[in-house]
Design a protein around this ligand. Sequence first.
Ligand SMILES: [Mg+2]
Length: 260
Amino acid sequence: MDNIDRKAAVADFFQRFDRSMTARLLLDYDGTLAPFQADRHKAYPYPGIMPILDRIIRSGRTKITVVSGRPVSEIQNLLRELTDFEIWGAHGLEHLSADGVYRCTDIDPNILAILREAEDWLSQKELLPITEIKPGGIAVHWRGLSASEVEDVQSRIQGGWDKFNGIQGVKLLAFDGGIELRTACPDKGDVIRAVLKTTDAATPIAFLGDDFTDEDAFHVLNGRGLSVLVRPEYRPTNAEAWLQSPQELISFLESWADIA
Ligand SMILES: [Mg+2]
């Protein structure tokens, strides 16, 4: 994909934008709307993002959905200035509708037992301070550690968690700044499937994401909506378009606010 193709995909999307429909804008959070921070609880959106998202929501012509690996509660906290948007958290395990109805999918007891075993191992190795227990998953974060500390944690995890690799129903997910052991279902592709099921075929829809876990979503959306990789640097992807963040992301959202 060259620069012309990725720009053409965005221009084509806005050109075909059917203003008679309520559009759907689906957004990953970390690395997409918000730059990474050593303290992940302080990873707020890039300057300028919040007013544009608010403007898009207030127009009443686009439903905004945040699709994140974080629990719903963390997204609510980080975006507390924003109202009237939907959240899929924990890779789609949790859902909070725009009018505040929450539900969480039950997790298989066998998978819960595996996650507990992984947590016990982390506890024995005194890695709990960098561990996050999430719905359906357990993540180890190494952002903010020194290079040698990261290497040490990675090799210990590799040794201790290797036995979970390949077990049916769970998966090891490398993400930007850590690794997570979690239930294999749902993933962000399942979120897109669920959204499309309740969305008219003529509805303009786009999903923006940065990480490997977003590739499932890009794959499912392709052929139906606009898939966009958002990153400061390009990498090979299933997405049809690439926006260099934050400048091109902000321009894209402004165009959306103007057109929708
Ligand atoms: Mg991300």
